[in-house]
Design a protein around this ligand. Sequence first.
Ligand code: 3PY
Ligand code: MG
Length: 252
Amino acid sequence: MKQTRPSFAERLRRGDLLIGTLVSLPSPEVTEILAGCGYDWLFIDAEHGAFNPQQAQAMLQAAGECPCIVRVPSGDEVWIKKALDIGAAGVIVPQVHTAEQARLIVGACKYSPTGSRGVGIGRAHRYGQEFEQYIRRANKQTAVILQAESQQAVDNIRAIAAVPGVDAIFIGPYDLSASLKRIGRVRDRKVTNAIARIRKACKAAGVRLGYFGVSSAAVRPCIRKGFTLLAVGVDSLFITQSAQETLADLRN
Ligand code: 3PY
Ligand code: MG
């Protein structure tokens, strides 16, 4: 891929406010529509979304210039490698509970000598036409984003945030609420206290903070708390809300 503007990873590290939205439907058309709405990035959800790497690649192609961060299903290096090779600007890795897991994930995202990312030729390398250019800049321009969304992650957050190469900690409020036995109650005191602990540790470590919410109201308070990586809304919910509101408007 040709590089003209600062990469997503550079913008993330310097603390730009990056507002994205979550794409869960395996549809290049939906991805294209959302990319055209002006979001800073798209959160391509291969953890919960029903799609394979080939479908994910078609979605990234449809996104055009809008940076896509693929949430891989787990910290396994197989999906991480594929997500980066198909052209993701970075990965979001769910369910990271320990610093050891964080180290392995960073290693899977970075080429040698920093890490052990597998070396292949894919869309990211323009199918080989820009292999060397890509390899040269990939380590710097790949965003490594880990999700803190469990009690164990909260307990280990200082060690996780201190792992070199971790660009951001992205809080998953829903899994966190489940781990804290408050499933779905993302504003419960226990959940907000855990979020405050994560925030404090990340600020001290100089690691960026991310948060997901289903609406602008859910994520707005994060902005003044210093979160810079936001994912707001979900494709399927946008369709539902708008379809229901439109119908209700006429019925009433
Ligand atoms: C969660 O809330 O658990 C998430 O992972 C949001 O992306
Ligand atoms: Mg989650």
